[in-house]
Design a binder for this molecule. Structure first.
Ligand SMILES: [Ca+2]
Ligand SMILES: [Ca+2]
Length: 204
C-alpha cells in the first residue's frame, strides 16, 4: 500500500472508532496457519504480491458473518483472486472477478454461515488452492463460488497454476464484519484446551 493511500484511508475513516490496518509482515505464508492479524477490529489488510508465484494467507476472525465482506483495491493492475477457508482449512467461498473489473470481493453470501476463525487468501489469477484430493474450487471467473472442486473435502495443502504479477503488486483488502486473529502456538493451544487445533498442527 502506498503511503498516499494509507493517508487517504486514515482520513477517510478518521470518524470511525479504532479503524485498524494489518500490514503484511515480510511475506505472509501461503499455507496454514497463515499470518496473524492481531487483536481487535480489522478494517484493512495491506500487503503485496511480490512475484508471480506469491500467495498471501491471513488468519482473521469473522465477527458479523451476515455483514462480512472483503474487497480488494489495487493500483498495481493485479488480476486478483480471493479465497476464504474455515478454521480447519476447508474451502468456503471464492471470487475471481467482482463487477466489471479484474479485482475480487467476497460479499455476504449463503456460504458464510457462522462467526469464528477463518483464513483469507489472495492470489493473482490463476493460482488456485489445492488439497490432497485436488483443486478445492472450480475455475470460474465471476460470482461467489463455493468449494465444489474435487479436493473440497480436504484441507488446503498447496497452490497450483501461474500468476501474472510482474514485480511487486501492492494491494489493500477492505474488510467489514471482521476482527484480527492470533493463532495460538501449539503450546499455548494445549494450555487453552484447544486440543483439536494442537492435534491439527502436529499432523503437519
Ligand atoms: Ca506477499
Ligand atoms: Ca480476478
Amino acid at each position: 500500500m502506498k503511503k498516499i493511500t494509507a493517508l487517504a484511508a486514515i482520513v477517510l475513516f478518521a470518524g470511525a472508532a479504532a479503524a485498524q490496518t494489518h500490514t503484511e509482515i515480510g511475506d505472509a505464508p501461503q499455507l496454514l496457519f497463515g499470518q496473524d492479524t492481531g487483536a481487535g477490529s480489522l478494517n484493512f489488510i495491506a500487503g503485496a504480491l511480490g512475484s508471480s508465484a506469491d500467495v498471501d494467507l491471513y488468519a482473521i476472525t469473522i465477527t458479523d458473518f451476515a455483514n462480512f465482506s472483503a474487497t480488494v483495491n489495487t493500483n498495481a493492475g493485479i488480476d486478483t483472486q480471493l479465497f476464504l477457508f474455515n478454521a480447519a482449512g476447508l474451502g468456503i467461498v471464492f471470487n475471481d472477478d467482482f463487477g466489471a473489473g479484474l479485482t475480487s470481493a467476497l460479499v455476504p453470501s449463503a456460504f458464510i454461515t457462522a462467526n469464528g476463525q477463518y483464513f483469507l487468501a489472495i492470489s493473482s489469477y490463476n493460482i488456485d488452492p489445492t488439497s490432497s484430493a485436488g483443486n478445492i474450487f472450480p475455475n470460474t471467473f465471476s460470482g461467489q463460488i463455493g468449494a465444489t472442486g474435487a479436493g473440497a473435502a480436504a484441507a488446503l495443502s498447496g497452490w497450483t497454476g501461474a500468476g501474472f504479477v510482474s514485480g511487486t503488486g501492492e494491494y489493500e483488502i477492505r474488510l467489514t464484519g471482521a476482527a484480527g486473529a492470533i493463532i495460538p502456538t501449539p503450546g499455548a493451544a494445549a494450555l487453552l484446551g484447544l486440543g483439536g487445533l494442537a492435534a491439527f498442527r502436529r499432523r503437519r
